[in-house]
Write a protein that binds this ligand. Structure first.
Ligand SMILES: Cc1cc2nc3c(=O)[nH]c(=O)nc-3n(C[C@H](O)[C@H](O)[C@H](O)COP(=O)(O)OP(=O)(O)OC[C@H]3O[C@@H](n4cnc5c(N)ncnc54)[C@H](O)[C@@H]3O)c2cc1C
Length: 392
């Protein structure tokens, strides 16, 4: 594995760095909890996405003919790291750009590519991912939302849950059951659904962090044109796996820099804080914890480099993405846990550092569940990377 950037990659990084220096949107003046004026916050994030697109910095690894930059996956990873390093705003289009877009590029019709890809990059259309149901999360293939063919439409009835961004999304990648008479993996189909269609309703769910960024979705005789099937009818399991493979890598790459910034802030706070007559950083136990967090972050950085250089050379992200997903989610949880241990009880308060530590700690619990739980990722690694048999 060669860890040094090539001259082209360095050129890419430097020109992006210069662009970000000149263009990063001013920080949204808000606490880390939910912004009070959600509409204004959305407009702020949409304007930022548009600015990225206009500057040529959206869809880094997507083909230029669909509005992308046509660069390599390693440049996509550099892009995500540089955004985090520059303190750029969060991105609304993470599900579209990270998960649905690459799946449409791989498996969609030309008409679907022309229709859906560009508005994902400009920020005109926000996407959500309608996979999980109340009785189908880890065992996704057990899902029960049904679609029945009626002329040129599928008529959908059922329910999804935990759908991130559904309350603000324009489009959804939905997995439904189109054949109940075959093995559960074989009767699924993926649909591209307009969220404004009659028969679709969304109900937000509040997380323990206070955030309400995921939802329940209900479908009552929702009509979806046959032309909106992504991939083939009854072959939706393969489509869903392609989307999930992309998700595991896209939610993990770029996170190193986010965590590094977090650890740097923690180090700064530790240096400033005095306890037992001296700076916190002289306490032997605190030093152990901070050093351990640094070690884990470096392991995560190397795993990220491996994920973007090795499997991508052979095409789509493979099961190795599960390694990265475990590494990111669990390292994040340990770093925020370390912050609460090091800074002590005040870090649990919403008025300490604008609630950053309390919010991050509570939100991080979901990291080892979203995109597939850590147990499921370990099963994938055991079976598909190590070649072990299926569990009981
Ligand atoms: C913040 C957040 C955002 C999310 N966003 C979305 C989204 O946008 N779209 C979407 O469709 N879903 C989303 N999800 C849902 C997520 O994908 C599911 O919660 C996840 O797949 C687990 O499913 P479940 O909740 O039904 O738990 P279950 O599958 O019921 O699992 C319960 C427990 O049993 C364990 N378990 C289950 N099966 C096995 C097994 N075979 N071996 C070992 N252990 C096992 C699990 O690891 C878990 O600990 C989100 C979840 C969170 C927390």
């Amino acid at each position: 594995m060669d860890l040094t950037l090539t001259p082209e990659e360095l050129k890419f990084r430097d020109s992006l760095r210069a662009w970000l220096k000149a263009n990063v949107a001013p920080p949204w003046t808000r606490g880390t909890n939910e912004p009070a004026d959600k509409k204004a916050y959305l407009q702020y994030l949409s304007a930022w996405q548009r600015k990225l697109f206009d500057g040529g910095w959206a869809g880094i690894a997507w083909p230029a003919q669909y509005g992308g930059r046509g660069a390599a996956p390693i440049e996509q990873a550099i892009f995500q790291e540089e955004l985090a390093l520059a303190g750029a705003p969060e991105r609304l289009g993470v599900i579209g750009e990270g998960l649905v877009g690459p799946t449409i590029i791989a498996l969609g019709t030309e008409a679907q590519k022309q229709r859906y890809l560009r508005p994902m990059l400009t920020g005109e259309e926000i996407w959500c991912q309608g996979f999980s149901e109340p009785n189908a999360g880890s065992d996704l293939a057990a899902l029960n939302t049904k679609a029945v063919l009626d002329g040129d439409y599928y008529v959908v009835n059922g329910q999804k849950i935990w759908t991130s961004f559904a309350h603000i999304a324009d489009q959804c990648l939905l997995v439904v059951r189109t054949d109940s008479t075959v093995a559960k993996h074989k009767g699924l189909t993926c649909l591209l659904v307009d969220m404004k269609s009659p028969g679709l309703s969304v109900r937000p769910l509040r997380m323990m962090s206070g955030d309400a960024s995921f939802n329940e979705m209900f479908f009552t005789n929702l009509r979806v044109p046959v032309a909106n099937v992504l991939g083939k009818v009854n072959e939706g399991w393969g489509v869903a796996l392609t989307a999930l493979g992309n998700e595991r890598v896209s939610i993990s790459t770029g996170r190193y820099m986010v965590l590094k910034r977090e650890l740097d802030q923690l180090l700064e706070r530790s240096r400033e804080t005095r306890r037992n007559g001296g700076p916190l950083t002289r306490d032997p136990l605190i030093r152990q914890k901070l050093a351990q967090a640094h070690v884990e972050l470096e392991v995560f950085r190397l795993n990220t480099l491996r994920a973007v250089t090795a499997p991508f050379k052979g095409g789509a992200p493979g099961p190795e993405g599960s390694l990265l997903k475990i590494c990111w989610s669990e390292t994040n949880q340990r770093v925020v846990h370390c912050a609460l241990e090091v800074l002590g009880l005040p870090a649990q308060l919403w008025d300490c550092d604008e609630g950053r530590w309390a919010f991050n700690y509570l939100r991080a619990r979901g990291n080892s569940i979203e995109g597939g739980t850590s147990e499921i990722q370990r099963n994938i690694v055991a079976q598909r990377v190590l070649g072990l048999p299926r569990s009981y």
